[in-house]
Ligand binder design. Sequence first.
Ligand code: SAH
Ligand code: SF4
Ligand code: F3S
Length: 461
Amino acid sequence: MKNESICCINNDFSIDKLKNLIFDKYGVNAPLCYLHSYGCQQNVTDGEKLKNLISKIGYDFTDNEDKASLIILNTCAVRENAEDRVFGKIGEYKKLKEKNSDKIVCICGCMAQQKHIAERIKQSYHQVDLVFGTFAFNQFYEMLYEVLKTKNRVFNTTEQQSDISENFKQLRDDKIKASVPIMYGCNNFCTYCIVPYVRGRERSRTEEAVFDEVSDLVKEGYKEITLLGQNVNSYGYGFPKLLRKLNTIDGDFRIRFMSSHPKDATPELIDTILECDKVCKHLHLPMQSGCNRILKEMNRRYTIEDYAEIIDYARSRKPDFSFSSDIIVGFPGETYEEFCKTKEAVKKFKFDNIYSFVYSKRSGTKAALMEDNISDKQKGLWLRELLLEHREVTVSWLSRFVGKTLRVLADREGRTSENHIQGRCNENIIVEFIGDKNLIGSFVNVKINKAMNWALLGEIV
Ligand code: SAH
Ligand code: SF4
Ligand code: F3S
């Protein structure tokens, strides 16, 4: 039976020792690491920071888990199916580990921050060597050293929140678009949501740190910067002010951000979006529900009337202003009539895009204790109803762009045929058109000919 340590206890650690250990173990051929991030863009960003740490100690990367000496799953806990997928993967690693007991399997991120998950892995998944939550991120080297040196299994779910460190840089795969976190954590405690528990309290990066990073990325040639936070509107040094400052950076690029909590979305934010030429005219504003009773139960701290006010204000200034939203179907106690209010709201607000989810019970949250009488199967049917409702409004609403010319950042090959490419317009809608693949990575003007429910189709002008 292997030893198990709760945390990194190795006090003879140094980065040089870690590098030497890796060199002694694997020789001149760099060992390979497979790293996969699940969940939101914040988590992907963490994965990119880990990649940077890993590359600095001598690893290369692979997409093949078989060939990897180090496997890292950077996990998401937001819904049960996200967690199920990870457990499925971990199950598969049992065989890999039997073939090669030297392989190191690491589970980190939001799922791993939860003690009950770490415990379950400890008891039932012995193929896993290292488990650490989001709070222990900055101890990665020490933990890896411990595992490599002693072969002990390490479990670290510390709840000690550390200050923001500007030392962890991202190793970005994408050369066109870059995500830049501006804040971490969440203070809102929506009753269904696990994020505040696995990510801790809100901490904002300084304006200077964000400004410098965005400036550097633009110099490197990035064309789109997405500012990230669970609720960017509560950015500690004023979010509209930050947007105005970033808008002064020279260069041909655009700025997006997500997410915005409706309780803190103000006319000032809308004005700022409209007045800053580099900021995309699109707001992702998760509504969650169209019913005031449910919004209250969710602890969202706005009414559907407050929500409508933001949309009305934006569209009074720019009638085709683009909104997208997140929606939860089947919150505990929600009735069909209450769900229908969400459907009505989707019809009324004309979102360009919605991300809708069946409610998933998260242990440790307030909603997990609420009575829930509707089956998942029934909720699934409601979700389908909602999507059909949305589909009906999208095509006609997206048609507002037909005949117009939109600036599109081409970013990938097309879906409909070989000679098509795709990109997104300022409003964050997919635009597909005939174009050479070497246009990928640049802005092109596309005249829209047709609206589909998944994209706009057009031609380069
Ligand atoms: N901070 C962001 C959302 C982060 S989670 C915000 O508040 O806008 C992304 C989305 O997942 C949420 O907007 C919500 O719609 C959904 N979600 C969160 N917890 C969920 C749960 N327990 N069940 C189903 N969906 C959930
Ligand atoms: Fe979760 Fe609410 Fe925080 Fe978003 S604002 S991360 S939904 S608690
Ligand atoms: Fe993101 Fe999932 Fe964590 S949505 S913050 S990775 S729980």
